[in-house]
Design a protein around this ligand. Sequence first.
Ligand code: PRP
Length: 207
Amino acid sequence: MLTVALPKGRLGEKVYSILHKAGYTCDEMSSDTRKLVLENKEVGIRYLLVKPTDVPVYVERGAADVGIAGKDVLVETGANVYELMDLGFGKCRMAVAAKKDYVENRDRTLRVATKFVNIATSHFAKQGRAIDIIQLHGSIELAPIVGLSDVIVDIVESGSTLRENNLVVIEEFMPISARFFANISSYKFKEDEIEKMLLCLKEAIND
Ligand code: PRP
């Protein structure tokens, strides 16, 4: 039996449809289910439905053998897991963005609003820029509009959230897509099962 940590939400629907195509079906799976553990004993699969940012935590600590999450979440959590495959969907970029008329003042500490505290900190540290991090959990684009921050660090997919809020990208610095990864000991003890899933996923994606 393989336990898979699946991200709930937008990415999760794409992920499950690929797993379904790859043969890892589960009758209990539906977008409105409130169940958090779903199983199909016949194909030897158990899904844990978790918040996208928590997927690496479940996998790193071995509560799940494998998981799928965006590269952004993997980098932000710094989880020690085996990254096995780039699934090639869920593509977006990590970007620094600000109001259209924003002019940087290098004499002042830059106020950065973000959900990605570690990614933003390391990005500006590489540039030797002192920053004041303002951690938010959603609607990040609001921060510069109301003067809470100078810039934001956030993911940009279609760009419509930025456009509709009169913000522009200043810099893009990390291409993102969904990744399949495994717990390090699970990979040793369940290598055959995990490699089989990897192969089925590759076939389902290339099909
Ligand atoms: C994400 C991200 C941006 C938006 C980018 O937010 O934080 O706000 O998507 O997508 P776009 O470029 O296609 O507009 P999400 O929808 O996850 O909601 P949140 O504001 O609650 O984080």
